[in-house]
Design a protein around this ligand. Structure first.
Ligand SMILES: Cc1cc2nc3c(=O)[nH]c(=O)nc-3n(C[C@H](O)[C@H](O)[C@H](O)COP(=O)(O)OP(=O)(O)OC[C@H]3O[C@@H](n4cnc5c(N)ncnc54)[C@H](O)[C@@H]3O)c2cc1C
Length: 404
């Protein structure tokens, strides 16, 4: 392992956030985690007139939210076709609707609170690196179109025309995709929620214990009593909920940010079955992540986001250099790692935990939390306040893993 990982998304001075000081002895709701899930949930709770207490062990966005690839992937984590095969058409469409709702909510809240998080929308192009991937992309486009969804298949010649790159055998194009600066969104929403929410950083939750309906939250700075808790701790959920150990698996991802450069493509891209992912920001930087398959463990089970894997690092840099002529001499200005939470079926876990009234979770986004967390936070907040409106797809329910 090499030097300390410094995320591009966390370098900005604008991320300064003033934490509350003393913990209150009681709270309407305690939200554990100050990433996109925790802060979105606190934001929606505060919109519903509740005064949540957020407890974050580090600083806001210090977890995956400040260390990701900056994509908002609308639709299921799996391909549309794979999702239909696994959970059926109706549920797949429910998942797609949920992410489309997130897209709407992102636009509404950033507009309402003037949050400048570089949110913009683009096409997403998924490139095939092997004949099997090309076939899978073509099949997926066919299935999507047969259900009235927009999807375009590019042959190798069409890909070359678009990219001047011969490494790609085919591609699938989705019309709706987003990119954003996740940590800027989080700090903007945290400030918007502060009229109601008490947000504490550097407070680590050590245990949640139950006495009847009361939940006691033990932290490194004292105890809080509440009747509702939200676990927004993503890959680390099992630290407080040991029965999630085999359910949400930590997987480390690695990302580089180049120096600003001339526009390469006018779309965001995925490669190699989604293992690699890239956006080019408006400032010209390319944010490129993936290559964890260069590690014998595929970085599964790793929770350390302070170091880099040199093999993954070399893979990321070599790919950019060797695949795209204009990037032959591109400088890499930032490189970092972050911890994703993977589930076996690639869907997140969103809702009240079985047999644990008042304990809610939204986690396990399997590398795709940006297009899920804002609607998930709203759905959880509505359930806590008894004002349920946002349907949670059945495919996200905690019960499916028999967590009782
Ligand atoms: C390398 C990488 C690339 C990714 N790329 C993308 C992408 O391009 N698009 C996309 O949609 N998603 C991407 N993801 C996934 C996305 O970042 C996550 O799904 C999302 O950030 C999850 O947000 P969260 O708030 O649930 O979790 P986190 O951001 O991980 O936040 C959890 C928080 O809980 C805190 N915490 C944990 N335990 C405790 C405790 N006991 N007490 C107090 N606080 C605690 C942590 O410090 C942390 O801040 C990527 C992730 C990584 C790591």
């Amino acid at each position: 392992m090499t030097s300390r990982a410094v995320s591009f998304w966390l370098h900005s001075q604008d991320l300064t956030f003033q934490s509350e000081s003393a913990l209150p002895p009681q709270a309407d709701v305690v939200v554990i985690g100050g990433g996109i899930t925790g802060i979105c949930t606190a934001y929606w709770l505060s919109q519903l007139g509740i005064r949540p207490v957020v407890l974050e062990r580090g600083h806001l966005s210090c977890g995956a939210t400040g260390r990701n690839g900056g994509h908002c992937v609308f639709g299921a984590n799996q391909s549309f076709k794979a999702s239909v095969e696994d959970i059926g058409l109706e549920e797949t469409l429910a998942v797609w609707d949920f992410t489309e709702q997130s897209s709407q909510l992102l636009q509404e809240v950033t507009h309402r609170h003037s949050i400048d998080c570089d949110l913009r929308f683009n096409r997403l192009v998924a490139f095939a690196m092997t004949p099997a991937q090309a076939q899978a992309i073509q099949d997926n486009c066919d299935v999507m179109r047969s259900h009235g969804l927009e999807a375009t298949y590019w042959t190798q010649a069409e890909v070359y025309q678009q990219t001047q790159c011969s490494a790609f055998l085919a591609a699938g194009v989705k019309p709706h995709h987003g990119q954003l600066w996740p940590a800027q969104l989080v700090v903007g929403l945290a400030k918007a929620a502060q009229h109601q929410a008490h947000i504490h950083t550097q407070v680590e939750v050590q245990a949640v214990t139950r006495q009847g309906k009361d939940l006691h939250i033990t932290t490194n700075q004292g105890q809080i009593q509440t009747q509702a808790v939200v676990y927004a701790t993503n890959a680390l959920a099992y630290h407080l909920l040991p029965n999630l150990k085999e359910v949400i698996i930590p997987v480390r991802g690695q990302v580089v940010a180049t120096a600003p450069t001339a526009p390469l493509f006018d779309f965001d891209w995925l490669l190699n079955d989604g293992y690699e992912y890239a956006i080019q920001r408006q400032d010209g930087r390319i944010i490129f992540g993936g290559m964890r398959w260069k590690s014998p463990t595929k970085e599964v089970g790793i929770e350390d986001d302070t170091t880099l894997n040199p093999s993954v690092s070399e893979g990321l840099k070599a790919f950019l250099r060797d695949t795209f002529t204009p990037l032959r001499d591109i400088a890499i200005e930032y490189e970092w790692t972050g911890i994703m939470g993977f589930t076996a079926d690639e869907n997140p876990i969103v809702g009240e935990l079985p047999n644990r009234p008042g304990e809610y979770i939204s986690a396990g986004y399997t590398g795709h939390g940006m297009a899920l967390a804002i609607a998930a936070g709203k759905a959880i907040a509505e359930r806590i306040t008894g004002s349920a409106q946002t349907p949670i797809p059945k495919a996200f329910r905690p019960e499916r893993f028999g967590l009782g």
